[in-house]
Write a new protein. Sequence first.
Length: 458
Amino acid sequence: MPDATAGVAARPLAVLILAAGRGARMKSRRPKVLHEVAGLPLLAYPLALAEALSPARLLTVVAPDATELRAAFAGRSEFALQSETLGTGDAVRVALAALNSFAGDVLILCGDCPLLRAESLARLLALRVESEAPLLLLTAPAPLPGLVERDADGRVLRIIERSDATPGQRELEEGYSGVMLADAAFLQATLGELDRNNAQGEFYLTGVVEIAHRKGQPALALQLEDADEALGVNDRVELSRANALQFRRNAEWHMKQGVTFLDPQNSYVDSDVVIGRDTSIGPGVVITAGTRIGERALVKAHSVIEASRLGDDVVIGPSAHLRPESVLGDGVRIGNFVEVKNSRLGPGVKADHLAYLGDADIGADASFGCGAITVNYDWQSKHRTTVGARARIGCNANLVAPVELEADSFVAAGVTVTRSVPSGALAKSSSRQQNREGWAEGQRRARAAADHADAEDD
């Protein structure tokens, strides 16, 4: 993430993140800011931006019942409780009280706005130093729930909430992003003049803009280049849009680092995934948070990789599934419709199709035939399978855990292995194939006799 403080004169900074909203439109039992965008909770995005600034204080305003939210981000932020739902102005007032007469700048971010870029904050902080204006805003070149009204000279008069706007004001095309930077003392003084004379009966933080104008210190507004940065997530539709935009950003970022995406519009890579250069990602691939992929890997179409670690020169898919805690060494090859779960595969292991490797520790250069599986569950507990280096497992073999196949052992096709297989040994079934000569002709004659008997009965 770019350093938003680069080139900006040092000044004490506190960051407040507003996350006390109920999120009723999400229609969820989870706090809104814990819903995920590209694998991370909504709140993780503004929180990461704030952490990159190394502020003197970092507070997140939450509702009293936000136990799950506080647990998820414990140690990363202080928390201030907004005991009543009285609006954003009240939320900032609560946070300022927790700051204990902080002297410096206060940056206010929204917990449900995941797409804001560090570069935009850097521009805002630089403008604060350059202008020395006590109140600054980030706005968007698109209408938002907060509409920006300017006078004939372009100075910001007020921010109008859409629910309070007249028909004419609803035609305004500049929106307030929810990001504000202000001198702490100035902000404290203007908050004291807010009232609740509006459609929601709340203290709107945006009211400080009109108060500042009346005081002869109008807010400066810096407009975002990309309106998507101001997207706030209030329902599942907006959540879906934020996911699509972030997935696109993630793909573009990786491509700039030397990763190939065959179809970036239909690839879904979470925000904290690491991918090495010269790796190629096919269409329809899903790679979830916590995954690390080495260099020169090939992930073929419609494969899913969840919280796993892959070495260099690994080949996955098509339509393979790596479940969490899978670790694949260099040169491993996992083919179509192969599932790996909580297993460690040494370098050069191969399972090219229709196999299941669960709870297994597999040595280098071992190979699995079509339909081979580790039988890891006995209806009560999971058990591990150990496969030594260079072991060869034939098609449709069942390895019933706990069991060990030593290095250079062999398992014949169709065998169910329940005992250890020594090095150099071949595990095979004790029963031999038997052929009944003439079986088909006997079956034909029996059916013909039965049909003849039925005809006589008729």
